[in-house]
Design a protein around this ligand. Sequence first.
Ligand code: IMP
Length: 183
Amino acid sequence: MRMTIITSNPGKVREYQHYFEGLGIETAHLNVPYDEIQSSDLEEVVRKGMDELKSKGISDFIIDDSGLFIDRLEGFPGVWSAYVQKTIGNEGILKLMGGVEERSAVFKCCIGCNMNGKDIIVTGTCNGVILEEERGTEGFGYDPIFSHDGQRSFAEVRTDEKNDFSHRGNAVRLLLAEMEKIL
Ligand code: IMP
């Protein structure tokens, strides 16, 4: 079986390769752009993206839409996480959180998988906190400012360890349970 990971993000490709290759599922990477509609709902973005890719004749693929939701900022950057990362970045988030004591946040990852003509959509989450400063050099995006245990940032853990508790890891475990029902 071969699953095509459709994303422009090499960090995501590395994480998916870790999961699937360990399970004997061959992976390929494709960077095809698809429209990411403006929506307050990750699942709606994924569903629309899947429809567009299928209408282009692509099958047996995975896409995901993720976001960091900070409680004290009423869920910001949430569905705007990609834009916010590109503009104000981690430094900007740390400024917004300057002097704030309540630092809880949740990472969410919604995966859309098309396999054997069927669609599966699952969402995994990971609760944590926004750190006071950037830490670590692994990973990508918000990893240096997010910690699942209040101590190490996601950028201070190896990819295989991050997969054990991350939003994407939790989403993949839900996905595999659904895939087993189809295979
Ligand atoms: P998207 O799912 O590619 O739209 O991701 C939204 C934003 O969240 C991007 O800026 C990503 O870099 C960031 N992001 C997604 N997943 C992760 C992660 O596992 N760690 C850190 N940042 C992430």
